[in-house]
Design a binder for this molecule. Structure first.
Ligand code: PHE
Length: 451
């Protein structure tokens, strides 16, 4: 590419654009259900520790790789070392798997927007509503198609900037609304037990799977281990503080996830009368619980509608960045025009996404290693591929290229304050931890050892 790479305007521009990709369904939909499933407080604690160590170091490393090389992930690894070109390829598979099922969940959000528009809040708050929706023969497919069509349209028209501008206004509103809903939910009768469950770690619930789940969630939520941050880094100006930006993105991303948990988990306790099995709802947790909260609230229809619209925007900025990434990967490799590539990506995603959209209904009898399609795609990307990519990135930065080159890149704007932490995590803590966790979870999956 002969033309100069366009760059983000400054630190704020970079932080906001990156946060737009990072903050999405991962924070609001995925974090709370995992926290509920994996023991509440202990999951939260492990997550925060990992965010401050792994998340910080890995995000610094990825952005530094991108800014140093000035190219996207698929090229960046190979440019620095030919033998590591395959890591670029591995990275690229992840967004290809995530985009389709992300759009299925995006479709669920649109469905809930329509439910609140039509004022059907009472039926949405009943127990079987969500299950009968996702197991319906065609409906989830319809909403998925609308959502992915919308994403593709934005990418086709190249109006991401417009969406970003809108979401820069909507994002703070979402934060305020989440605080409000969390505040309301926490004081419902019986909810206090849930607050305790969410905040106070119960160490007897700790296991290797807790760490694996928290780690996968961390990568997913911060858009790590899939090359996205490398691409963003390649657009970052040299005079913007890399370390400072990473800190702000992390704080923002983790803060929203924390609030989302506070909004959903105490409410589960309030509505189930303390029955902890209600926490195991899995991917449906937010869709089952929140309508009940809104129904019990004065003006709940309006608050609920506003909430789902804001989440829709947060999700769109993420899926747009996912689709852009997939399009640029396919375009670079095939040499096709942008529009043709987009069409191919759309068709491929619709095929894969259809499996996920129908996986709880028409296709419910087909299970892969005991999981429905959506859960399987989520598992394979977050719990298998991303840890492997993260491990290889650490080896690459820590031993193959040597950290100095990246530290220099980070120090372009001043001293790297957490250099020691960065080095320890990248060279020792992260790789050892990932290997141990992967081995134990494979043994666990095969039923050899129970962890
Ligand atoms: N980080 C996004 C979220 O939390 C998901 C995402 C992953 C977006 C990868 C873009 C790329 O929802």
């Amino acid at each position: 590419m002969a033309e100069k790479r366009s760059t983000f305007s400054g630190k704020l521009g970079f932080v906001l654009a990156t946060a737009g990709s990072a903050v999405g369904l991962g924070n609001i939909w995925r974090f709370p259900y995992l926290a509920a499933k994996y023991g509440g407080g202990i999951f939260l604690l492990v997550y925060i520790i990992l965010a401050l160590t792994f998340g910080f170091a890995l995000m610094c490393a990825e952005i530094a790789i991108g800014r140093k090389t000035g190219v996207s992930a698929i090229e960046a690894f190979g440019k620095l070392n030919k033998k590591f070109k395959f890591v670029g390829w591995l990275c690229s598979i992840v967004p290809i798997i995530i985009l389709p099922y992300y759009s299925v969940i995006g479709g669920w959000i649109i469905k809930y927007c329509t439910v609140f528009i039509t004022g059907n809040i009472t039926s949405a708050a009943t127990d079987g509503f969500f299950d009968s929706f996702i197991s319906a023969p065609a409906e989830p497919l319809l909403w998925f198609a609308i959502y992915i069509g919308l994403t593709a349209l934005v990418v086709l028209l190249g109006v991401e900037k417009g969406i970003e501008k809108v979401s820069k206004i909507m994002m703070p509103v979402l934060v305020v609304l989440t605080i409000f809903i969390a505040g309301y939910a926490m004081f419902m009768p019986g909810a206090l037990e849930g607050v305790k469950f969410y905040i106070m770690p119960d160490f007897s619930k700790f296991s290797a799977t807790t760490v694996l789940a928290a780690m996968g969630q961390l990568f997913y939520s911060m858009s790590l281990a899939m090359g996205i941050m490398i691409t963003y880094g390649s657009y970052m100006k040299k005079d913007v503080s890399l370390e400072g930006s990473v800190k702000q993105i992390e704080l923002f991303d983790t803060g929203i996830a924390f609030l989302a948990g506070l909004m959903i988990i105490p409410a589960v306790f309030a509505f189930s009368g303390g029955d902890e099995s209600a926490l195991g709802k899995g991917p449906g947790l937010m869709f089952v619980t929140l309508p009940k909260v809104f129904e019990s609230m004065a003006g709940g229809t309006i608050v609920g509608l506003l909430f789902f619209i804001l989440v829709l925007f947060a999700a769109l900025t993420s899926s747009i960045s996912l689709m852009e990434t997939v399009v640029s990967i396919v375009k670079d490799k095939t040499g096709l025009s942008r529009n043709k590539t987009l069409l191919i990506v759309l068709i491929g995603s619709v095929i894969l996404g259809t499996l996920s959209a129908l996986g709880y209904g028409t296709l419910k009898d087909i299970k892969i290693i005991g999981m429905a399609f959506l859960d399987f795609f989520d598992f394979i990307s977050n719990s298998v591929l991303m840890p492997i990519v993260a491990f290889l990135t650490c080896i690459f930065v820590g031993y193959i290229i040597k950290p100095d080159m990246f530290i220099e890149e980070i120090e372009l704007t001043g001293k790297f304050k957490r250099k020691k932490l960065f080095l320890i995590v990248i060279k020792y803590f992260a790789p050892i931890c990932i290997v141990l966790i992967l081995i134990s979870s494979v043994l666990d999956a095969l039923g050899i050892v129970k962890i």
